[in-house]
Design a protein around this ligand. Sequence first.
Ligand code: F0G
Length: 482
Amino acid sequence: MAVSTLPMTETAYQRCLNPACLATLGVDQSAFSCPRCGDLLDVVYDWDRLPVPRRLGDFSAKWANRLDPLCFSGVWRFRELLPFAPPDQIVTIGEGQTILQSADAVGRYVGLNPGRLKLQYEGLNPSGSFKDNGMTAAFTHARMVGARRVACASTGNTSAALAVYCSATPYGFKAIIFIGSGRISYGKLAQALDHGALTIQIVGDFDDAMERVRQVADRLGIYLMNSVNPFRLEGQKTIMYRVLESLAWEPPDWIVVPGGNLGNSSAFGKAFLELKYLGLIDRVPRLAVINASGAQTLDQLVSAHGLTWSDGLPDMEIPRQYYTALDAERMKASTIASAIEINRPVNLKKCLRALDFCDGVVRQVGDQEIMDAKAQVGAGGLGCEPASAASVAGARKLRAEGVIGADETVVCILTGHQLKDPTATVAYHGTDQDNFEKVLGSRGVRRAGFANRPVVVPNDLDDILRTIHLYSETRDAAVRDD
Ligand code: F0G
């Protein structure tokens, strides 16, 4: 593999994140970590030699040309900001048709003034989560390098997206996915199976699966689709472009995002770094990354142990000691938000860069707060899976602390669709106490304060009519009191 420390002559190349190494690789290589020092790789552009729009508003014109798949895609519509691929190599299934919704009822729950909370609904993607933004970019790169077998470890959404892109595109891609057995929700497992992925359930959790898939990909030369793949993150930058587009190109005050493997937060930071460098925005939103309490590595490292980016040389002894302690205590990640049940986030360093550039904060929220926030999101309009609701619960916490002001504009990223995890939703709203205990009580959730209970009625017309009458009145009264 050709490694160099000199700037590449191409306009796009890969570069080691470590400023003490800065090895470079062409975009025709698939390494997934620096071949010289093992650190993360970035995709880097020589912007001076690339045609970049002078104003973000210029992108609005693309929509008029949406019969062209590259203008229809909510990712490739912005391709001048991720210019690593020849247009004829792009693999797209029409991802990124997502919306930013004003959500005043949820905003009230968070503690924000009317018009201030926006929910960026990434559940609208073809596979039902934000992952498609990254997959379209990584599959494009896989096609450029001639890969056929593609693999990932997953808490469910990456694997679902991977399976969809393999089955929905005509390029002969074969999906191999690694999941922790019993660790992914049914909606996601169903997608992997339905779309024909070779599904390997290993006895262990996501962190175990991640370690194994890297070994297997290395040994068998399989293309790796996890977010250590820097091309994934190029696609995920576009979530921020669409947020800006929906706000008429005016940056919000806050972006709040759940943190698992830290791909999104890393990608968002890179998006803003580049937009600022290019003079396309003059103000950078603050970033809040929200862990689940049962998978709180980032919050521990940053908030409790003071880990910072330090100009690209963070003190990695801090995470090393933290992981050693986790191992010594045999501590495994555990949260109802299974999508972010991750203790060893692979993009830690890139996330530190994002936090540094976006004046970021990190918090953790418990499963009770996650499930309550999820019920509020559902009642307020768009549904989401538990991990996504961590963003809303986190915004509420930061609002209560006074870190977020009541009149600031806050965008919470709803990363995955409500139907991804029906088990958690039904356990919260349902009347089956045993099921509640099994699914939620075992994780410390004590109440379902915002439950919308199903009503059991005898199969009798009068009973049914009486029940509708009774419940409609109670609900109308509740709305009046509100
Ligand atoms: N929300 C959802 C719904 C997710 O599926 C994930 C990650 C995250 C948030 C966290 O995002 O990793 O960028 O910090 N899911 C991965 C998976 C790990 O395998 O599907 P992140």
